[in-house]
Write a protein that binds this ligand. Structure first.
Ligand SMILES: *Cc1c(COP(=O)(O)O)cnc(C)c1O
Length: 370
């Protein structure tokens, strides 16, 4: 069906920056700069500077960033890694695919790992923890780091949804051994296909990733430093991402404006939980504007039927998918929010009048006819 308000609209986003994207395309294509060239370096430098760390290494996807981080940290068979029960499945799959065991921990009301429940999941085999900064709202990193220090755990940040978020002035992705980034098209910094990166202050981790993304090869000497992978960020994507990174600060401002508009229009609805949390230390960059309604699918289907494209990640928690062979130890918050979540359109292409239309449909569902 064709929606009146789309969840995202990549064609309109392209029109907003067409001149710059086209210029980047013509430069790369006319020089034939396809693999591991200047545009990749440039983007990596700018990304590292943006996050406030020393190194960024461009990879093929957010999954690869997680996978490479765990390998760089030496995580493998016999190790346990703590991951949230509510996240995109890739956080957990990276753990399984290095041969380690994921240990799931429930999330809190803000959708991020519940720090009060982490320590009960630590065992003598626990080696690492992957806090996820979901939807643009950082996990409580001072507490995560304190727990990690106490138990000697490595922290890998799944920051795929939170580029630009900060806590106490320190950016998401700058706290752990690595920050993992995804540039999947609909992420806050989205390319035109798959893409990802790690950021880190550790030169050995950066070098490991730079070699392993290219079959283990040191590109200067030709020496293979291990059995590697093929997961390099394309030079063309890097050129596009560099253009979009320049716009990111103003786009984050716009996302916050949209969030405030939703809040002003919806805050009086008792049956609707909005993603606004009281914590002056952190800011929300609204990768997603995810609301909770007890009416679950009735609510999301009503929005769709009225022309509003919404996303309902993740109705069925990943640990309940049988083939993944994960243990459901009971995660009450994840269970409840999985039934209730609904992400409203949130992107920089959207107009205020579209936001107002979404607000009016939501209000009508709750019987608030103005
Ligand atoms: C998107 C995402 C990933 C994976 O990123 P890809 O680039 O799709 O591999 C991992 N974790 C979270 C939280 C994500 O949102």
């Amino acid at each position: 069906m064709s929606y009146k308000v789309r969840f995202v609209n990549p064609a309109i986003n392209y029109q907003m920056i067409k001149d710059e994207i086209d210029a980047a395309y013509f430069e790369v294509m006319s020089k034939g700069d396809l693999i591991d060239r200047g545009q990749l370096r440039e983007f990596e430098n700018n990304l590292a500077r943006f996050v406030g760390v020393k190194y960024a290494v461009g990879l093929n996807s957010g999954y690869d960033a997680l996978h490479m981080s765990l390998r760089a940290a030496g995580i493998g068979e016999g190790d346990e890694v703590i991951v949230p029960a509510h996240t995109f499945v890739a956080t957990c799959s990276a753990v399984v695919n290095v041969g380690a065991s994921p240990v799931l921990v429930d999330v809190g009301k803000d959708f991020d790992i519940d720090c009060d429940k982490i320590e009960a999941a630590v065992t003598p085999r626990t080696k690492a923890m992957i806090p996820v900064h979901l939807s643009g709202w950082m996990a409580d990193m001072p507490r995560v780091m304190e727990i990690a220090d106490k138990h000697g755990l490595i922290v890998v940040e799944d920051a795929c949804q939170s580029l630009g978020a900060a806590m106490n002035g320190k950016m998401a992705g700058a706290w752990g051994l690595t920050g993992c980034w995804s540039f999947y098209p609909f992420k806050i910094l989205g390319g035109y296909g798959d893409g990802g990166a790690i950021t880190t202050n550790d030169p050995d981790v950066a070098m490991f990733a730079a070699r392993m993304r290219y079959n283990g090869e040191d590109r200067l000497t030709g020496e293979y430093h291990g059995h590697g992978f093929t997961c390099l960020l394309d030079n063309l994507q890097a050129a596009f991402l560099d253009v979009k990174l320049r716009h990111l600060p103003e786009w984050i401002v716009r996302r916050k404006q949209i969030a405030r508009r939703y809040q002003a229009g919806l805050a009086d609805i008792a049956g609707l939980l909005l993603p606004h949390y009281e914590d002056p230390r952190r800011d929300h960059v609204y990768q997603n504007y995810t609301v909770r309604a007890k009416q679950g699918n009735d609510f999301s289907e009503y929005l769709k039927a009225n022309g509003v494209e919404v996303l309902t990640q993740f109705r069925k928690p990943y640990y309940r998918h049988e083939a993944l062979k994960l243990e459901d130890r009971g995660f009450p918050e994840t269970e409840a929010l999985s039934r209730e979540v609904c992400s409203l359109p949130m992107n920089v292409e959207i107009l205020d009048e579209d936001v107002d239309y979404v607000i009016s449909v939501v209000r009508r569902f709750f019987g608030k006819v103005d």
